[in-house]
Design a protein around this ligand. Structure first.
Ligand SMILES: Nc1ncnc2c1ncn2[C@@H]1O[C@H](COP(=O)(O)OP(=O)(O)OP(=O)(O)O)[C@@H](O)[C@H]1O
Length: 242
């Protein structure tokens, strides 16, 4: 599997304080799912925003053979790097369908229509409510809409920021079941930010543990199938966060 994303020595600083992200390096293969796990404030969202071009950063981010340094966020979207932010940020006053149209704003009408049909097929829960205002959806459905809106842009790399945030366990399971379908049926690569080790393990190939802006450990999902190894990772890296 060749590398789709290569992050090398990535640092993010806000103002003059200590950097929020300190020389983080990792790779994501074509079609791979890589998770960044860590407690609140560990720097997970800052890494995602830096890859998406939404916050200034130092270090190198390569997408295939291309250095992204000079590319603004909208060009990164056109290349296939799509960020689904924490908190979903769907437009509540617009309908489900209108939110999906926003996701495909850079696409020609025919491709956008085809991608929207694919998304509605993938998420029957929101297809039934396509003409309903987004604020009327449940939390889980809103998360599906946020992911669906990202998929309309036809990404090669989806940056998914805490899809389980604020959802009841049943809805978390539904959202992750959908992600598992995407994983099975497409060659989309995903960087997934999570605090929840249990749901993350079902979807990912590799997990990186973050603390204080640094990657402090790395495990494959296969390694964490072993209960003792999982407990060790929780104790060493996540503490109460898991
Ligand atoms: N726009 C900003 N301006 C100043 N400081 C920021 C900004 N965004 C994040 N930070 C700080 O950077 C650090 C890392 O934040 P970040 O949101 O990347 O962490 P996180 O791991 O995603 O946390 P959470 O799980 O709570 O979302 C925190 O100390 C945070 O307060």
């Amino acid at each position: 599997m060749s590398d789709l994303l290569t992050v090398r020595d990535l640092s993010v600083a806000y103002g003059s304080g200590a950097p929020a992200v300190k020389r983080v390096s990792f790779t994501v293969g074509e079609g791979a799912v890589v998770a960044l796990l860590g407690a609140n404030g560990a720097g997970k969202s800052s890494i995602m925003k830096a890859i998406a071009g939404l916050t200034p950063a130092s270090g190198t981010v390569m997408f295939g053979a291309e250095d992204l340094a000079a590319l603004p966020a909208r060009t990164r979207v056109a290349r296939g790097i799509v960020y689904v932010p924490e908190g979903r940020e769907i437009v509540g006053d617009l309908t489900v369908r209108e939110n999906l149209i926003l996701g495909g704003y850079q696409k020609a009408a025919a491709e956008r229509k085809q991608r929207m049909a694919m998304v509605l097929d993938l998420f029957p829960e929101i297809a039934e409510k396509a003409d309903r205002q987004a604020w009327r959806l449940s939390g889980g459905e809103q998360q599906m809409l946020a992911i669906g809106r990202g998929l309309v842009a036809n990404p090669r790399l989806l940056l998914l920021d805490e899809p389980s945030l604020g959802l009841a366990p049943l809805l978390v399971r539904r959202v992750f079941d959908r992600l598992a379908v995407i994983r099975r049926e497409t060659d989309l690569a995903i960087v997934l930010v999570e605090q929840n080790l249990a749901v993350t393990m079902r979807l990912c190939d590799d997990l990186h543990f973050l603390r204080g802006g640094r990657i402090v450990g790395q495990r494959s999902a296969a390694e964490l199938k072993d209960k003792a190894a999982r407990q060790e990772a929780i104790d060493a890296y996540l503490g109460a966060a898991a």
